[in-house]
Design a binder for this molecule. Structure first.
Ligand code: 13P
Length: 287
């Protein structure tokens, strides 16, 4: 069931769990995530970066694929189709194309400009019932060409942007896209607490969900994180499973070259990762 992400994240904030945003890259990714969400009766958010959308053919292709698969697989749990780290123009296109949620990432601009543009996106999104995520501070590392310095968000700026009418807020707290370096200092929980106090119950978003230790995930959920984004981890386990398939020479056995057989271990690996995350985030049976 395609919905926006506002209510599912309000429920998560109130119930002290988090909904996973799992980024998709193609049909296999989408199917694996939808099937696990249904199996575990968990709400879920399908994240799409602008780069991944371009790869899949465009925003229209993504909407058509997700909507049709949601129907064909008889998915009854709430599913949001969400633009990840959207540019202004990307958000406008996704609102038109039929996404149910967008993130406007204005974190590279001065706060006044970020707020002004976020308000414009909200006005457009509301007309079509989409939810809106904004970002303050920045997420370190790089995701699909979006590079961040890892700046810790200022609680006062978080308060200001929360008042624009956004539905949920991504605030940099030392989190990084991709694999965490060995010398990573961990999440800044003092900053997260101050941001939670400044934003008065707003669902908070933790980007860079790959590789964050379990205790930090749980602590962050206790401090108001209601949406956790995972991308790199599914890519790593998918690729490792395919490497094993080829190294074991399975593609040379019988019809092992059939793409459906080649991709199957990767799909199973994604499913297992998504199951683990849904259990960790606590969103099973919350649909
Ligand atoms: P990871 O790739 O580190 O899991 O981060 C995903 C993310 O934050 C998507 O916006």
């Amino acid at each position: 069931m395609l919905v926006n992400a506002a209510q599912m994240l309000k429920d998560a904030r109130a119930g002290r769990y988090a909904v996973g945003q799992f980024n998709i890259n193609n049909l296999e990714w989408t199917k694996a995530i939808l099937q696990v969400a249904q199996e575990m009766q968990s709400p879920v958010i399908l994240g799409v970066s602008e780069g991944a959308a371009k790869y899949m053919g465009g925003f229209g292709t993504v909407v058509a694929m997700v909507a049709a698969m949601d129907t064909d697989l008889k998915i009854t749990v709430p599913v949001a189709l969400h633009l990840d780290h959207g540019s202004y123009d990307g958000c406008v296109s996704c609102i038109e194309a039929g996404f149910t949620s967008v993130m406007f990432d204005g974190s590279h601009s001065p706060i006044d400009e970020n707020i002004a543009k976020t308000k414009e996106i909200i006005a457009m999104a509301r007309q079509k019932g989409l939810s809106v995520e904004a970002e303050v501070g920045s997420i370190g590392g790089e995701e699909d060409g979006v590079v961040g310095s890892g700046e810790i968000a200022d609680p006062e700026q978080c308060r200001q942007i929360a008042q624009t009418g956004i539905d949920f807020l991504a605030a940099g707290i030392g989190n990084i896209h991709g694999v965490y370096p060995d010398n990573w200092k961990g999440l800044d929980f003092a900053a997260l607490e101050a941001i939670g106090n400044a934003t008065d119950g707003m669902p908070l978003v933790l980007h860079g969900g790959t590789g964050i230790p379990e205790d930090m995930i749980k602590q962050s959920i206790g401090l108001g994180v209601s949406k956790i984004n995972v991308n790199t981890e599914c890519q790593i386990v998918f690729t490792a499973a395919l490497r094993k398939y080829f190294e074991e020479g399975k593609d040379k056995q019988g019809k092992g070259f059939d793409p459906r057989k080649v991709l199957a271990p990767g799909v199973e690996a994604i499913k297992e990762s998504v199951r683990e995350k849904i259990n960790l985030f606590g969103s099973a049976n919350k649909a």
